[in-house]
Design a protein around this ligand. Structure first.
Ligand code: PMP
Length: 355
C-alpha cells in the first residue's frame, strides 16, 4: 500500500510555502523587527505571568486582548477575531467563505499565502496582474471580483513584496463596487500607507487584517482581523477554540499597553528605509522600488539566485523569488535592518555585483 494514494489530488500538486533556514546569518529576509525587544515590556510580561498561564487553557474569546484591540481601532470586541498569526486568519477566511466552485481573487505579485490557502481549501485562485508600477488594475479586478463565484479578494497594503500601498479612495471604490468580501491586509501599516479602518463601519463586506509580527511578536504568532459582526460570527464557528495560546495573548496585551516603547523602533526603521533607498539608488545596475513597508524590492543586473547565494556566504540572508513571482524574476527583497546591518548589506551587495 502506498499512503500517498490517499492524499487529495490537489494537495499532491500543491507547492508549499517553505521558509528557508540558514544558520548563522543576519536575517534580512522575513520582514521582522531587527531591534531588541524592549526590556521594560519583557519585564512586564513576566510580572504578569502566573502558573495558570501554563496549566489552564487560554481564554477562547481572548477577551482582554480583544478589548484592548477594539479600543485601539475604535470598534467593538465582537468585530474582532484573533488568530495564530494572520496566516491562520487567511486560512480561516478561506475555510469559511471559499471551497470548491468558489473563487478567490488575488492581485499579483503579492503575498503567496493567499493562493496557497485558496488551494488548500479547494477554492480557485484567480490571479489578476497589477500594472507595471504594481498599482492595482481596478477595472480588471472588478470584473473578477464581481464574478458570481468570487467570494473573497485579498489586497495587501502596503503590498508584500512590492512595498507600494493602495490609496484609501481606491480601496473604498473596490469595496463599494463589489458584492464579495474584500480583505485589506495591513500587515505593514505601521510603516506607511493609509489604513482602511475608517471604512469598517460603512461596508459589511470589508475585512481588515493585521498582525503583531512585523513590529513586536513574530515568534509568538498573534494576528487579528476586524469586520462586520455578520462576518466575525461565521468565522468564529470555524476557528479552533484555543488558537491563540495564553502566553501570546498576554504578551500581545502588554505590547499594546506599552506601544510607545515600539514607536522609536518604527521611526528608526522608517528612517533607515529612506537611507537604504538612497544608497541603493546610487549603485549602478540596481533598480529599487518605492516602499511604504519595512522592506525594499530591488531589481539586480545578474542572476538573483547566485547573488542571493553569494550574500548567504557573506553571512546575509535576503529574500529570493519574493512572493508569487509574476514580473519579479530579476528581483530580491531586503528587510530594513539596523543601521549596521544595512551598511553591511550595502557593502556586501556592492562587492557581489559583477561589473
Ligand atoms: N500578510 C502579509 C502581507 C505578510 O507579508 C505576512 C508575513 N510575511 C503575513 C500576512 C503573515 O504574517 P503573520 O502570520 O506572521 O501574522
Amino acid at each position: 500500500m502506498d499512503v500517498r494514494d490517499l492524499v487529495r489530488e490537489d494537495i499532491k500538486k500543491l507547492i508549499p510555502y517553505e521558509p528557508h533556514d540558514y544558520p548563522d546569518v543576519i536575517k534580512l529576509d522575513a520582514n521582522e523587527n531587527p531591534h531588541t525587544f524592549p526590556e521594560i515590556v519583557i519585564r512586564e510580561i513576566f510580572e504578569r505571568l502566573s502558573g495558570d498561564t501554563f496549566t489552564r487553557y487560554p481564554d477562547p474569546g481572548g477577551r482582554e486582548l480583544k478589548a484592548k484591540i477594539s479600543e485601539l481601532i475604535k470598534t467593538e470586541a465582537d468585530n474582532v477575531v484573533l488568530g495564530n498569526g494572520s496566516d491562520e486568519l487567511i486560512q480561516l477566511i478561506m475555510q469559511t467563505f471559499g471551497g470548491p466552485g468558489k473563487r478567490v481573487v488575488i492581485p499579483v505579485p503579492t503575498f503567496s499565502m493567499y493562493k496557497i490557502h485558496g488551494q488548500i481549501t479547494g477554492t480557485q485562485p484567480v490571479e489578476v496582474p497589477r500594472n507595471e508600477d504594481f498599482s492595482l488594475n481596478t477595472e480588471l479586478l472588478l470584473t473578477e471580483m464581481n464574478n458570481p463565484d468570487t467570494r473573497v479578494t485579498f489586497i495587501a497594503t502596503p503590498n508584500n513584496p512590492t512595498g507600494n500601498s493602495v490609496p484609501l479612495s481606491q480601496i473604498e471604490a473596490l469595496v463599494r463596487e463589489t458584492g464579495s468580501l474584500v480583505v485589506v491586509d495591513e500587515a505593514y501599516i505601521d510603516f506607511g500607507g493609509e489604513t482602511a479602518l475608517p471604512l469598517l463601519s460603512k461596508y459589511p463586506n470589508l475585512i481588515i487584517l493585521r498582525t503583531f509580527s512585523k513590529v513586536s511578536l513574530a515568534g509568538l504568532r498573534v494576528g487579528y482581523l476586524a469586520a462586520h459582526k455578520d462576518v466575525t460570527r461565521e468565522l468564529l464557528k470555524v476557528k479552533q477554540p484555543y488558537n491563540v495560546n495564553a502566553f501570546s495573548q498576554l504578551a500581545a496585551a502588554v505590547v499594546l499597553d506599552n506601544w510607545n516603547a515600539f514607536l522609536q523602533q518604527i521611526e528608526e526603521i522608517v528612517s533607515e528605509r529612506t537611507r537604504l533607498q538612497e544608497e541603493l539608488a546610487k549603485i549602478p545596475g540596481i533598480e529599487n522600488h518605492p516602499s511604504d513597508a519595512n522592506f525594499i524590492l530591488f531589481k539586480v543586473p545578474q542572476s538573483p539566485g547566485e547573488l542571493h547565494q553569494g550574500l548567504v556566504e557573506d553571512g546575509l540572508l535576503v529574500r529570493n523569488s519574493p512572493g508569487s513571482t509574476h514580473g519579479l524574476d530579476k528581483c530580491l527583497r531586503v528587510t530594513v535592518g539596523t543601521r549596521q546591518e544595512n551598511d553591511l548589506f550595502l557593502e556586501k551587495l556592492k562587492n557581489r555585483l559583477i561589473p
